[in-house]
Design a protein around this ligand. Structure first.
Ligand code: ACO
Length: 399
């Protein structure tokens, strides 16, 4: 572009692409999506295979280091993560300072940002050992902070990590353990949560990952970059959509009200939350997998979801409706995930936190890949200026 611009009066050439619909901000070998065909692969492995055969921590390793770990690499990785789950007591005190009704995402955002002050050595981002250490700490501590935020909102004492449990079993323990000496997680719920975590681990250059890369491109430390990801995920059009879906289903209230609700969506008065995606113009493969696990979670918890019938009927009607099919609007990852979180007993406000925990591995993988990129430059988009120029300053008395 510099060569096209011949002199300083020449504007040159600029791409104007609101929302970056058609702009690749980087090259990446982590996650492949074919939105037309509904395909998602991590390091070339289909998401369906990973959900069937792998675990969340193994997928995290795959995303970050580019290959499936050997047995030894995996056991070392799991050991390291399991032994970094505790947070500094001052982080705990910091969290105590929030109002009792503080939003868990607000607490998570602030606490992850605060971690950088506890590990100042992480700002040496050229040191590979420090980068690996930050990866372990972030993946290990995210569930602890999330669970503490949840317990804080209930006024319950924090439950410290139990290193004998699996990654998801420990998280369930930190959330739900009451008086008994040891929390025994239901293996069916541990497994279902692990699959949900795999499904949320990475999704190439979505808004939160782009935020991590943007902040990371300034050479900020990884905790600060990941805090930017948490901030971007907070919004209802991104990670907050799973909350919006449940609220929408509750508002619809019963199957009979679906036609009226769809009418208001078609009139443009509101959106069908959990539908539509910037990249998928087909059924989101993650939504298909989540949907297939809703029943088994309900069976394990012994609960009935009053919202499941509404969701299934809503999907059926929308997929029969020309408004949605012509715009290629299909269920996305958030359409059914909230139903599982609710069945697990997780309060609605904490749903987005459930997304942030596993997405941490994707954020770190993308941040590390970015740092290795020889073409890395600070993310600094341009603009098309539309305001006035060469104005005079008007003194206060003349305004
Ligand atoms: N309900 C109704 N109409 C919709 C929806 C929806 N959920 N999504 C898109 N549309 C319509 C738009 O009104 C527009 O119609 P038009 O051409 O008549 O104006 C058309 O489909 C294209 O929509 P855009 O907003 O241009 O699509 P974009 O790619 O910018 O937005 C997004 C993608 C934000 C995900 C959008 O589909 C949406 O808001 N969905 C609901 C929120 C949601 O579920 N978010 C989670 C996404 S997945 C994730 O973050 C993990």
């Amino acid at each position: 572009f510099r060569q096209i611009k011949v002199d300083e009066d020449d504007f040159g050439l600029m791409t104007y692409d609101p929302g970056y619909t058609n702009t690749a901000s980087c090259r990446s070998a982590i996650t492949y999506i074919d939105g037309e065909r509904g395909i998602l692969q991590h390091r070339g492995i289909p998401i369906e295979e990973l959900c069937e055969h792998s675990t969340y921590l193994e997928v995290a390793y795959l995303l970050i280091y580019g290959h499936l770990p050997t047995e030894e690499e995996l056991s070392r990785w799991v050991y390291d993560i399991t032994h970094h789950t505790y947070v500094h007591e001052n982080i705990k005190s910091f969290m105590d300072g929030f109002r009792h009704d503080a939003h868990p995402m607000g607490i998570l955002l602030a606490s992850v940002g605060a971690l950088s002050t506890f590990y100042p050595e992480a700002s040496d981002i050229d040191d590979e050992e420090q980068r690996n250490m930050a990866a372990i700490r972030l993946i290990a501590k995210m569930p602890t902070i999330a669970a503490f935020a949840y317990r804080h909102s209930l006024g319950l004492p924090y439950v410290y990590p139990d290193n004998d449990l699996s990654y998801t079993g420990n998280f369930l323990s930190m959330l739900f353990k009451m008086a008994e000496p040891k929390y025994e997680p239901d293996p069916r719920l541990e497994k279902a949560l692990d699959i949900l975590f795999i499904l949320h681990a990475d999704h190439e250059q979505n808004a939160s990952t782009s935020a991590v890369r943007t902040v990371g491109s300034t050479r900020a430390d990884p905790y600060t970059a990941v805090a930017a990801g948490v901030a971007a995920l907070y919004g209802p059009l991104h990670g907050g959509a799973n909350v919006a879906v449940l609220k929408m289903l509750q508002r619809i209230g019963s199957v009979e009200n679906i036609p009226d609700f769809l009418e208001t969506v078609k009139q443009g008065k509101e959106r069908l939350m959990g539908f539509g995606h910037r990249v998928y113009k087909n059924y989101d493969p993650r939504a298909r997998i989540i949907k297939s696990h809703v029943d088994e979670v309900l069976e394990a918890t012994g609960k009935e979801s009053p919202w499941l019938d509404i969701a299934i009927e809503l999907e059926k009607r929308a997929l029969d409706d020309e408004y949605f099919t012509s715009r290629k609007l299909y269920p996305n990852v958030d359409f059914y995930s909230g139903l599982i979180y609710e069945a697990l007993g997780i309060p609605t406000e904490a749903f987005t936190v459930m997304f942030a925990i596993p997405r941490t591995s994707g954020w770190i993988a993308q941040w590390m890949e970015m740092l290795r990129d020889p073409e890395l430059r600070i993310a600094r988009p341009r603009q098309i200026y539309t305001g006035p120029r060469d104005q005079r300053y008007v003194p206060m008395s003349e305004r």
